[in-house]
Design a protein around this ligand. Structure first.
Ligand SMILES: *Cc1c(COP(=O)(O)O)cnc(C)c1O
Length: 497
């Protein structure tokens, strides 16, 4: 049966997967959602034995029904290959009573690679299927990891240009270095004076800028999005939750059919939403623990049913989660509202105009599988240190947010359900914060590159190749602009001005 996509705000209806992937955002500003969530009608025995690529095919084909088998398999083959440093792709590591799902073995050593290695191929295939003559322009706001992972995925992919905006003071030195040294003739990067939400809001506005869009059309250009609002990113993220479950069956950690919990360090709400999709497909997941850092807008949302972005914005040691507007939450609202697009549209209008909205009680009941908890900077730092001392295993600050939250959750509830923690970045990506947590006196004075060696010396986690090359890489991008200049910058890069 064909699966079609609808906007969460009631505009575009019955859109094919390839059109939804190509468009990114729906034309009314809503997000594309499948008209139903397909069942994962495979036996536990089958799931247990599938390789990552084969499982990816089983998930993707249920959502992207207008792609042929050959098209999907070709996209998957190009994505999950030797660019990952392990053939397992997403290994599950048990440490001190939790199961860390390592999603950082791709080329940019963070979990965005899991989807952004495959998205460019899905997008190029979708363009071919839709007979789009235009060149695809990817426009992305990033809080650090998305932009780099997107550029790495799109670099020199024919028929594409990619433009990335990041908050100048909102990313780690290594993240910034990764971005400004990006190669590829079609990659463009600009830092903005502002935070991630400034960048994201401006990008969203550009996507709906009629004048700009028609100017581009004349020049043979069309926008698309690599942000986690693209359904072509969300679906590939479902795969690793099912894969984690398969690995737990394989190791005997769980019986087939036994329920697990997941704990996900959350920012834009894409990763944890993928876990919820996995549950809706039939994966035995009990609780979804939504872990936030000091920017606890989601914690308050799940506790009290009100989303309120009118609050101070903190820069934390987990910058990819320093977010006040979690875009993908709109998809969960749509499900919780029983697909009532009017209701979703009105909540989103409230968010736009008042910066807050309140959920009706009927919606709150639908969200009882979710639990929002947060960890402040001290808790994150203590958790990195605690786990290191207990096991020698080193985690990055994003993962530590979830790990700290899980510890507190277990203490408070006594829930003994085995729990998968989405481990979203390599500790090398945030070496300074990690080493500071382990031993500030010894390491704080060392420069960024010495710290990689420090981390390699104290931990059993090997030094990733991607980081080794960074020190000598050439800086190719040095643009710094105000958010108001983003439109002009885009026009200049695209040679419209
Ligand atoms: C993007 C990111 C997150 C947050 O994921 P969302 O899907 O935006 O919730 C967490 N950790 C790291 C390292 C990330 O790059």
């Amino acid at each position: 049966m064909d699966l079609l996509y609808n906007s969460t705000r009631g505009g575009d209806q019955d859109v094919t997967a390839s059109r939804a992937i190509l468009a990114g955002l729906a034309s009314d500003g809503g997000l594309y959602m499948p008209d139903h969530i397909p069942a994962l009608d495979l036996s536990f025995d089958q799931i247990r034995d599938l390789a990552y690529a084969d499982l990816a095919y089983e998930i993707l084909r249920r959502f992207f029904t207008d792609f042929t088998e050959e098209e999907l398999k070709s996209c998957i083959r190009k994505a999950y290959d030797a660019k990952f440093d392990t053939p397992v792709i997403a290994p599950l590591v048990k440490q001190d009573d939790a199961y860390y799902l390592e999603l950082f073995h791709g080329p940019t050593i963070a979990f965005k690679d899991m989807a952004l290695q495959v998205l460019p191929h899905l997008l190029a295939t979708a363009a071919k299927k839709q007979q789009a003559e235009e060149k695809i322009v990817i426009l992305t706001a990033t809080s650090g990891d998305t932009g780099k992972a997107a550029m790495e995925g799109f670099a020199d992919v024919p028929g594409t240009e990619i433009i990335v905006f990041y908050p100048k003071d909102g990313v780690s030195p290594v993240q910034e270095r990764q971005m400004v040294t990006q190669t590829g003739a079609n990659t463009h990067v600009a830092a903005i004076r502002g935070n991630f939400d400034d960048a994201q809001s401006a990008v969203k506005k550009l996507f709906r800028d009629e004048a700009l869009i028609s100017e581009m059309k004349e020049a043979g250009l069309i926008f698309s999005s690599a942000n986690s609002i693209n359904i072509g990113r969300l679906v590939p993220q479902i795969v690793y939750y099912v894969y984690a479950y398969a690995q737990m069956m394989q190791s005997g950690a769980i019986e087939a059919g036994e329920e697990i919990n997941v704990a996900v360090p959350t920012g834009n709400f894409g990763n944890i939403l993928a876990a919820y999709f996995a549950k809706q497909m039939g994966l035995p997941v009990a609780k979804l623990i939504c872990a936030s850092n000091q920017n606890r807008v989601l914690t308050d949302f799940f506790e009290g049913g009100t989303y309120d972005k009118n609050r101070p914005f903190y820069l934390s040691s987990s910058p990819s989660m320093d977010i006040l507007i979690s875009s993908n939450l709109e998809r969960l609202l749509y499900l919780a509202a029983d697909l009532d697009t009017e209701l979703v549209a009105s909540l989103m209008r409230d968010l736009q105009t008042k910066g807050r909205y309140e959920m009706p009680a009927s919606m709150r009941e639908k969200l009882s599988d979710f639990l929002g908890m947060c960890a402040d900077e001290d808790a994150v730092s203590s958790e990195i240190c605690r786990l290191y001392q207990a096991s020698g295993y080193v985690i990055d600050p994003h993962t530590a947010v979830a790990s700290a939250v899980l510890g507190r959750y277990k203490e408070e509830t006594g829930d003994q359900t085995k729990t998968v923690i989405a481990s979203t970045a390599s500790p090398y990506k945030f070496a300074r914060a990690v080493l500071h947590a382990i031993d500030a006196v010894q390491f704080d004075a060392h420069d960024d590159y010495t710290q990689f060696a420090d981390l390699a010396a104290v931990s059993s986690v090997p030094w990733p190749k991607a980081v080794k090359k960074l020190a000598e890489a050439e800086v190719r991008h040095d643009l710094l602009i105000d958010p108001e200049m983003m439109r002009d910058t885009v026009r200049r890069i695209l040679k419209l001005a």
